[in-house]
Design a protein around this ligand. Structure first.
Ligand code: ZN
Length: 370
């Protein structure tokens, strides 16, 4: 039996003085073997990751571990509680309009000096010392002048401080209405085969403020910097954004499958020992981020989304039909939305009424089997 400990961290204060806190669970002794960090619900409506963390905690009680795992549900207490009518908004800070998942800190400035000092050191020293710098730099930002930190940045830094302690990082999200898909750095595509997720997006070494990038970019850049010095160093940390399906939806049974999928990946990484967690034999498709295409509503209207998620569409197929009753007398009440390429429909907008230019669908194009 593994011991599970729970504590809370404070990530801010509300106007009336109450603390904004986040629960943090830890399984296993940190310091022994590899460390894993898993968080959920940074975007308020994307709640399935909390159910997956529950399923993981239940399973991890009795799974032999070679390392330790930190699990953080409800990662964004403002976003989680940001309701409007029946719906959770929670994707953007309501005050600044910024995406909550674009506020993590870029530590790439650490690399040049680090490589100069550690270019001949063994891999274990590099792993330990670079990790230490990422953690210390993040802590310094959290502990610096409070008037320098906006709300979302403070939350992000607290989470990033936990995440930099890990060798493997999973940020659990969902799409709006979506099939399961995985954001995977290009160097880690072998690992994508160990998740039971049929669609993988391969992303480049470019920091755009998201949690996965904040965790893998510094290590990828470090490998590149060592390579420029003529030394081969594998990228020592992996980080993924796991898109678990649709927002505003909890499915406890599906969460068990999702937890098994994560345990299969952690078995591959030799964090989980035994338990028989293996990837399912499914066909996995991948595409590069540059080939992940958005289709915007060509006109305003009401939408019947009929390209089902995960389905393969042929060039010229219609993805959706727009209803425009104002054009009924002209015989143009129904307007198809064709797609010009072959693709796989991954997600679509959550509402049936859209303004012109709303992102209707996102599709893999130029996809290939992983
Ligand atoms: Zn999200």
């Amino acid at each position: 039996m593994n011991q599970i400990t729970q504590h809370t961290i404070q990530v801010g204060e509300l106007a009336t003085g109450q603390a904004l806190t986040i629960p943090v669970f830890t399984v296993g002794e940190q310091g022994d073997g590899p460390h894993v960090y898993i968080q959920a619900n940074m975007h308020g409506a994307e709640v399935q990751g909390n159910a997956v963390i529950y399923a993981l905690l239940e399973k991890l009680k009795s799974v032999p571990l070679a390392g330790s795992i930190t699990l953080v549900p409800y990662a964004n207490p403002i976003g989680c509680n940001q309701k409007s009518g029946e719906f959770t908004l929670g994707r953007f800070d309501p005050i600044t309009g910024e995406n909550w998942n674009r506020l993590y800190h870029d530590h790439s400035h650490l690399i040049a000096e680090f490589v100069t000092h550690f270019k001949d050191e063994p891999e274990e020293t590099i792993r330990r010392e670079f990790k230490k710098r990422l953690i210390e730099q993040t802590q310094a930002l959290i502990g610096g002048p409070q008037h320098r930190l906006k709300t979302g940045k403070r939350i992000a830094l607290h989470l990033q401080h936990l995440a930099h302690q890990a060798d493997f990082v999973l940020d659990l999200h969902t799409g709006p209405v979506s099939s399961k898909h995985l954001y995977c750095p290009e160097y880690a595509q072998e690992s994508a085969k160990h998740f039971d997720i049929p669609h993988t997006l391969l992303i480049p070494n470019e920091f755009d403020g998201a949690m996965d990038e904040a965790c893998f970019c510094p290590w990828w850049q470090l490998s590149d910097a060592f390579a420029a010095q003529g030394r081969e160093l594998s990228t020592l940390v992996e980080a993924f954004t796991v898109e678990l399906g649709s927002q505003e939806h909890i499915d406890l049974k599906e969460a068990e499958h999702d937890a098994n999928s994560i345990l299969s990946y952690l078995t591959h990484k030799e964090v989980v020992l035994g338990g028989g967690y293996q990837p399912r034999s499914i066909t996995r498709y991948a595409c590069y981020l540059k080939d992940y295409v958005a289709v915007y509503a060509p006109m305003g209207g009401m939408v019947d989304y009929h390209a089902s998620l995960g389905s393969h569409v042929k060039a010229g197929d219609s993805l959706a039909t727009m209803l425009r009753l104002d054009k009924y007398s002209e015989g143009e009440a129904l307007q198809p939305v064709p797609f010009a390429q072959d693709g796989i429909a991954i997600l679509h907008f959550a509402s049936a009424s859209v303004n012109q230019g709303t992102e209707l669908y996102k599709l893999f194009t130029n996809y290939f089997e992983l």
